[in-house]
Write a protein of this length. Structure first.
Length: 374
């Protein structure tokens, strides 16, 4: 009896297994995804397009682009001081692969440029003035506009003028390679501010734009000098011909300047002064949080001599040096020029400033902050 029972149980078990197996077979389905794919060959196509000559340039043949679209040729004659030639051309990535700048080369008569003749202005940048540098990204199906400027300087002495015609072979080349993890977007162009000094402001401190720090969201950025001049005139209720300029890379302030304007009226009233806009670069050499210098007593800012030359030109130092004075030694060296209504100065410790010879002034401090007061 027990033996027979066991047999029956086994049979039932077997039957159950068979039923389950049959059930799964009955309920099974075949799911299929059917399609086709085509893998296109990637394309590499970076070339020049769209040459545009700036209005005001001396008369010359429009630059030409060769049949391979990789070379721009131009020839220009600059006859008198003040003549210039400027044009833009687009670097176009019409391919499907992102590119980036690998090598940038600027040559004069076949030699890499380290210095230019005193009478020559020559610069190749992006249209907004940002320098072209390795690792700058040129994404697929995008373009960047380059600007080429060559000029015969206006603010030069007689001794700087060449005694015979000069043939200058200027060449600029940029090599693009396939983008990799080192690629970075082109830095933002310069922005302009008229932020007013406020000793009680802690965020940002002094209401300043600080070198090597994130640009404060609370400070208004202007895109052009004219916008900044309009803003300061409105804020101060008077014409103050100076403002601040900053270079921002990846959100960080990497360079700060004070710019000041010598008007035509001021130049006419002060023999030797040259009308124009002038730029002085500041540098951080002091940590105000710890009250410590980052440089020693003998330090001379690498921008000091260049800033001096800018001030000398603006204030007509060659004609009237009595407007200017220099004092101190090492990082305390200071150069300053002044006329009625305007002054400008540069210190070897990195300070630069410009003012209206009254209570209003703008500047970049050696502790890294840039702001103005009026």
């Amino acid at each position: 009896m027990k033996k027979n029972k066991r047999k029956l149980n086994y049979m039932i078990l077997i039957i159950m297994i068979l039923v389950i197996s049959i059930g799964y077979a009955i309920l099974s389905s075949n799911l299929n995804i059917v399609g086709s794919s085509q893998i296109s060959a990637p394309t590499w196509d970076i070339h020049w397009e769209n040459v545009q000559v700036k209005t005001g340039s001396v008369s010359a043949q429009t630059p030409t682009i060769d049949t391979n679209k990789t070379t721009v040729n131009y020839s220009v004659t600059l006859t008198i001081p003040g003549d210039y030639y400027e044009f833009t051309v687009d670097a176009v990535n019409a391919g499907s692969i992102d590119g980036m700048v690998s090598v940038v080369s600027n040559k004069l008569n076949g030699t890499e440029i380290t210095t230019l003749p005193n009478y020559l202005e020559y610069k190749v940048t992006y249209e907004d003035g940002v320098d072209i540098a390795p690792n700058h990204l040129l994404a697929a199906n995008s373009s960047e506009k380059y600007k080429v400027h060559v000029g015969y300087k206006n603010d030069i002495s007689v001794s700087d003028i060449p005694s015979s015609p000069q043939t200058l072979n200027l060449s600029f080349s940029v090599t693009y390679i396939q983008s990799d993890s080192n690629a970075v977007p082109k830095p933002e162009p310069y922005v302009y501010t008229v932020n007013k000094y406020n000793s009680s402001t802690t965020n940002p401190k002094y209401n300043g734009v600080w070198l090597n720090q994130t640009f404060p969201t609370s400070i208004t950025k202007y895109n052009t000098p004219s916008e900044a001049l309009t803003a300061i005139a409105s804020a101060s209720s008077k014409d103050l011909p100076f403002y601040l300029k900053h270079k921002i890379e990846n959100g960080i302030v990497t360079e700060s300047y004070v710019e000041f304007v010598v008007t035509e009226e001021m130049a006419q009233a002060n023999t030797g002064m040259v009308a124009g806009t002038y730029t002085l670069r500041g540098e951080k050499t002091y940590d105000s949080d710890t009250s410590t210098w980052l440089v020693d007593e003998s330090y001379i800012s690498p921008y000091y001599e260049a800033n001096k030359e800018v001030i000398k030109t603006a204030f007509g130092y060659a004609t009237n040096s009595s407007r200017c004075s220099e004092s101190g030694t090492g990082r305390s060296s200071n150069f300053r020029c002044s006329v009625s209504g305007l002054n400008a100065s540069s210190n070897a410790n990195g300070d630069v400033s410009a003012g209206d010879a009254g209570s209003s002034s703008w500047g970049v401090s050696s502790d890294g902050h840039a702001c103005c007061d009026w």
